[in-house]
Design a protein around this ligand. Structure first.
Ligand code: NAD
Length: 255
């Protein structure tokens, strides 16, 4: 992979897929700005420790993707710290359970503000600071990106919206030679999916894993390496695409 000395900003990098990506980048010579959301209990210092153990370099920056000025400041940190920005990864997301009859406008807007508009803010702030060769990646989901999911209409709508957003941004930024792609994770073991109230929880994941052709749920690093591919020169002629990373979950026929 040819990404040496590049600089990435990653939202939601104090946990899960974002943390694994910071470590992946450290292993490949990419410096990261680790986005951490102060409202959550995740520890960005642990991400930084793992980055350093992998021989990499990173800076920690608080970011709330619900705020344009916060996201702009986050992307700017890459410029201030390293003098450049090559990759912007819109990874931050929330997952909430809400049956349709309880789906108030407020719940809907709160979800879309993070999982869709938050992605727009991250891509926009990143692209504004990039030159030729830059790459954007957004994290969608098989919920919305492929399937519907009962009691998660707002989440699925946001994650489907991310795909239209990525395609359009890819077309718009092509002339500037900045690429935009998405990953569509299946079931990955992270704090989000381990939440028994809003997602499957530990037992649900265990059960679901048995029905996945690969025989288990995914690991954060198995999504991170695909994001790494999508920002590297190895995918330099790919833009506007989305890659499903799900151990075969979505291609398995069910009766
Ligand atoms: P996670 O909960 O560990 O990561 C989500 C991160 O987003 C957290 O670090 C959290 O602090 C951050 N965040 C939440 N609200 C924020 C805000 N307002 N501003 C900035 N950051 C905020 O779970 P994860 O699974 O690593 O999630 C990463 C992405 O992957 C999410 O977009 C999620 O929807 C997506 N995804 C996950 C799965 C899965 O099975 N785990 C499947 C499909 C898609």
């Amino acid at each position: 992979m040819t990404s040496e000395n590049k600089v990435a900003v990653i939202t939601g990098a104090a946990s899960g897929i974002g943390r694994a990506l910071a470590v992946h980048y450290a292993q490949h010579g990419v410096h990261s700005v680790i986005g951490t959301f102060p409202g959550d209990p995740h520890d960005p210092e642990e991400t930084l420790r793992l980055v350093k153990d992998a021989g990499g370099e990173a800076a920690i920056q608080q970011v709330d993707v619900r705020s344009t000025s916060s996201v702009d400041g986050f992307a700017q940190r890459a410029m201030d710290e390293y003098g450049r920005l090559d990759y912007a990864i819109a990874n931050a997301g929330i997952l909430r359970n809400s049956p349709l009859e309880e789906m108030t406008d407020e719940r809907w807007h709160d979800m879309l503000n993070v999982d869709l508009t938050g992605v727009l803010r991250t891509l926009r702030a990143g692209a504004a600071r990039m030159t030729e060769g830059g790459a954007l990646v957004a994290v969608s989901s098989i919920a919305g990106g492929v399937y519907g999911w009962e009691e998660h209409a707002h989440y699925a709508a946001a994650k489907a919206g991310v795909l239209g957003l990525i395609r359009s941004v890819a077309v718009e930024l092509g002339p500037r030679r900045i690429r935009a792609n998405a990953v569509i994770p299946g079931l990955i073991e992270t704090p989000q999916s381990l939440d028994s109230i809003n997602s499957l929880g530990p037992e649900g994941l265990q059960r679901a894993g048995k029905d996945i052709p690969w025989g288990r749920v995914g690991r954060p690093e198995e999504v991170a390496s695909v994001i790494g591919f999508l920002t590297s020169d190895d995918s330099r002629y790919m833009t506007g695409q989305s890659l499903i990373v799900d151990g075969g979950l979505t291609v398995k026929m069910r009766a």
